[in-house]
Design a protein around this ligand. Sequence first.
Ligand SMILES: Nc1ncnc2c1ncn2[C@@H]1O[C@H](COP(=O)(O)OP(=O)(O)O)[C@@H](O)[C@H]1O
Ligand SMILES: CC(C)(COP(=O)(O)O)[C@@H](O)C(=O)NCCC(=O)O
Length: 313
Amino acid sequence: MKTDTHSPYLAFSRQTWSELRESVQLPLSEDDLMRLRSMNDRISLAEVRDIYLPLSRLLNLYIKAKQRRSRVLDQFLGNEHHHVPYVISVAGSVAVGKSTTARILKTLLERWPQHPRVTLVTTDGFLYPNAELERRGLMKKKGFPQSYDMRRLVQFVSDIKSGKPGVKAPVYSHLTYDIVPGQEVVVEQADIVIIEGLNVLQSGMDYPHDPHRVFVSDFVDFSIYVDADERLLKTWYVERFLKLRSGAFADPESYFHHYARLSEEEAVATASRIWQEINYKNLKQNILPTRDRAELILTKGQDHQIEQIWLKK
Ligand SMILES: Nc1ncnc2c1ncn2[C@@H]1O[C@H](COP(=O)(O)OP(=O)(O)O)[C@@H](O)[C@H]1O
Ligand SMILES: CC(C)(COP(=O)(O)O)[C@@H](O)C(=O)NCCC(=O)O
């Protein structure tokens, strides 16, 4: 572990961090391993053991401390104890692996007796529907601050943190490339809510078109930023696009059905263009500048291996 007195972060190498797994009392069961494997067969189980397992232990300690603190406050105020979920956010570029990280954390955190109910929410549900984006001339700006109904997202997180029952979030489909009418995720009795999206560390400054004073981060207990070199990000974006081309794009319901007919070379060129014109621009302008607001930064190298961990002191 490196300590630089001027940095707000403690820096861990992969090796030092992985040694912390010794302190984890809940080893992975065969069942956990099966669940993780069925989620994404490219996830390395060594990675789960060395990186994500110690992280789940750290989160478990933070959550228990927060639960104790809120019981003390209720006792002091003479209030009946009410249950409020612990909120974890996961930020980073498109294709860095936010949703995979969020799903691994959900699987691991559910195993702890203090917080078995974990709900996952993605902020893409708060994108404006395509019809509205078209009306505003924003179809090529999906993922940029202007493309989200940020006030609705902030209200959603605020409702969760005020302990409201049955808080609802809209749902986005990567297949139809649009909000799914009538579908919603309901957050009910959750011990932990994981909110994943490229915008979760953004503040009012990032929304000059719609300035607001309350941010998602005001309601988040622990924030994570998943980071990687931009060349790796582009490779992962193109690889995912190629995978979708031979899978989901073949579905006539898919917004990108016409991409299924592209040759491999054409598909790589199309994905590279979308990356360069939309997602890379968004990364540079709106996502990367929020990285240092995170409590924890996971820096990935080749094959999604986490090489460095930065934890705020
Ligand atoms: N830990 C990991 N190990 C192996 N592959 C991964 C890992 N995380 C993500 N991927 C792959 O990288 C691509 C992007 O991941 P995804 O979670 O969809 O990213 P995001 O939600 O940030 O857009 C996907 O093809 C996914 O299978
Ligand atoms: C819906 C998104 C903004 C969000 O990305 P995610 O949270 O899945 O990383 C992104 O996947 C997207 O659609 N970007 C627009 C350009 C593109 O089609 O990739």
